[in-house]
Design a protein around this ligand. Structure first.
Ligand code: C2E
Ligand code: MG
Ligand code: MG
Length: 406
C-alpha cells in the first residue's frame, strides 16, 4: 500500500482503501463488522465462525482481485492475523493486541493467515519495541559503520572496503545488523537507514584523507526494499553529487533475494546505476535462486560467493565444487568474483589456486571503525600487500595449507 501511495499519490491511495473497505463489507455482511483501524489496517469482528481457513480465504480473495480504476490496475495483498474469542484474550484490548501480534507474524512469514499463539509474544513484543527504538536511534545518531577491506587474491593489495552498519544502543550495547535489518526491512525505516548508510559511508571514505587511498572504493549493502524505490538510482546519483564523490568509488551490494522481489524493476535500477558508473555486486551469491538466464540479463560487475560455501570449502567437497563453479561462471560472464568469509590461510590459498579475484574475511581484516581502518591502511606498504596476505601466502615448508596448492 505504501508503494501505491508513494508512486501514485494519496488520492489513489484513498480510493484503494475505500474500494477495499467496500469489498470487505460485502464479504462480511452484518451482523459481522468491518472497521478501518488506521493506515492500511482493517479489523473485522466475525460471529460464529466454524472454519477460520475458509473465512480467511474468502477475505484474501476479496482483497486479492485487482483494483481497477481509470486505466490503472493495482495488485493488493493482505496479511491476516486472527484471534478466537474467548480463548485468545480476556477483553477487547487484549484480543486486538493479540490479533495485531498475529498479523505481524503473518507479515513476517508471508505464509498465509496466522492465529495468535502465546509463543509469539516474547519475540514480537521485543521486536516491536526494537523497531520503535530504531526510529529514534537513527535520528539520535546511534548507527555506526564499520568497514571491512576486500583484498586482491593475486597480489594482496587492498581492493576496496565494505561498509557494515551496527547499532550502538544506549542500553543494549552494540547490536549486529542481522538483528535489526530484517525488522527494518518490513517498515519504512529501511529507506531512512539506507539513506543514512549511503551518505555516511561516502562521507567517511571521502574524508579518509589518505592521498594514497583517495580512490579507495566503498561498497554499501542495499536491501530489497530500497532497491524497489523507483527513484533509487536518482537518489544515489544525487547523494554522490552532493558529497562530491565520483560514482566509480561506489559499489552497491545487493542480494539475490532482493532482486527476486521484483526482477523487472531491479534489472532496470541496476542498469541505471551502471549507466552512471556505479558498480554492482551480487552478494551472498549461490544461496538464493537466481536463474542463470536472469543473471546474464543483469548489469552486475561482481559476484560475491556466499560465505557459507567459502568457509566450509576445505572440509566439504560439495562446497569446494560450488565455489569453483561460481568462479568459473563469473569469469565466463566477464565478472569479478569475490569470496567472503575467508578466515584461514588454507582457504585463501585454495581460492588463489581456483583463480578467485578478491577475498574478504577475518583472516585478512575484520570489520573496523573508520579510525581503525585509517590506522590499518597505514600498515599496508604503499603499492604493496596487506600484511596478513603476505603472512598467509609466504612459503612455509611442511605447512598443511601449502600442500593444498596445485
Ligand atoms: P554481508 O553483506 O554478506 O556481509 C558480510 C558479513 O560477514 C558481515 O557481517 C561480516 O562481518 C561477516 N564476515 C566477514 N568476514 C567474515 C569471516 O571471515 N567469517 C565470518 N564468519 N563472517 C565474516 P555483519 O557485519 O554482521 O553483517 C551481516 C549482514 O547484515 C550483511 O551481510 C548484510 O547483509 C547486512 N548488512 C550490514 N550492513 C548493512 C547495511 O548498511 N544495509 C543493509 N541493507 N544491510 C546491511
Ligand atoms: Mg555485503
Ligand atoms: Mg554476503
Amino acid at each position: 500500500f505504501k508503494e501505491i501511495n508513494d508512486t501514485l499519490g494519496h488520492v489513489v491511495g484513498d480510493r484503494v482503501l475505500i474500494e477495499l473497505g467496500r469489498r470487505l463489507d460485502t464479504a462480511m455482511p452484518a451482523p459481522d463488522f468491518v472497521a478501518r483501524l488506521g493506515g492500511d489496517e482493517f479489523g473485522l469482528v466475525v460471529h460464529g465462525v466454524c472454519d477460520a481457513q475458509t473465512l480467511t480465504r474468502r477475505l484474501r480473495d476479496a482483497i486479492g482481485r485487482d483494483v481497477e480504476f481509470d486505466d490503472l490496475r493495482l495488485v493488493v495483498e493482505a496479511s491476516i492475523g486472527f484471534v478466537v474469542a474467548p480463548e485468545d484474550g480476556a477483553d477487547v484490548d487484549q484480543l486486538l493486541q493479540h490479533a495485531d501480534v498475529a498479523m505481524y507474524v503473518a507479515k513476517a512469514q508471508q505464509a498465509g493467515p496466522v492465529r495468535y499463539d502465546p509463543a509469539h509474544d516474547h519475540y514480537d513484543a521485543h521486536n516491536l519495541t526494537l523497531i520503535a527504538d530504531l526510529r529514534r536511534g537513527i535520528d539520535a545518531g546511534e548507527l555506526v559503520l564499520h568497514y571491512q577491506p576486500k583484498t586482491r587474491v593475486l597480489d594482496g593489495r587492498v581492493d576496496s572496503v565494505e561498509a557494515l552498519v551496527r547499532w550502538q544502543h544506549p542500553t543494549l550495547g552494540m547490536i549486529p545488523p542481522d538483528r535489526f535489518i530484517p525488522l527494518a526491512e518490513k517498515t519504512d525505516l529501511m529507506e531512512r537507514l539506507t539513506t543514512w548508510v549511503l551518505g555516511a559511508a561516502l562521507r567517511e571514505i571521502r574524508d579518509l584523507g589518505n592521498t594514497a587511498d583517495d580512490r579507495l572504493p566503498v561498497a554499501v549493502n542495499v536491501s530489497a526494499r530500497s532497491l524497489a524505490r523507483p527513484d533509487f538510482a536518482e537518489h544515489v546519483v544525487q547523494t554522490l553529487g552532493r558529497l562530491g564523490v565520483p560514482p566509480q568509488r561506489l559499489v552497491i551490494e545487493i542480494t539475490e533475494t532482493a532482486l527476486l522481489a521484483d526482477p523487472g524493476r531491479a534489472a532496470k535500477v541496476l542498469a541505471e546505476l551502471a549507466a552512471v558508473g556505479v558498480r554492482v555486486s551480487l552478494d551472498d551469491f549461490g544461496s538464493g535462486q537466481t536463474s542463470l538466464g536472469y543473471l546474464s540479463a543483469l548489469t552486475v560487475h561482481e559476484l560475491k560467493i556466499d560465505k557459507g560455501f567459502v568457509s566450509n570449502m576445505l572440509e566439504r567437497g560439495a562446497d569446494d565444487a560450488i565455489v569453483r563453479s561460481i568462479i568459473d561462471l563469473g569469469h565466463n560472464l566477464g565478472l569479478r568474483v569475490v569470496a567472503e568469509g575467508v578466515d584461514t590461510d588454507g582457504i585463501l590459498l585454495r581460492l588463489r589456486s581456483a583463480g578467485c579475484d578478491v577475498a574478504q574475511g577475518y583472516l585478512l581484516a575484520r570489520p573496523m571503525s573508520i579510525t581503525a581502518l585509517k590506522a590499518w591502511l597505514a600498515t599496508v606498504p604503499a603499492g604493496g600487500a596487506v600484511p596478513a596476505w603476505t603472512e598467509a601466502t609466504s612459503y612455509r615448508p611442511g605447512q598443511e595449507a601449502e600442500r593444498q596448492l596445485h
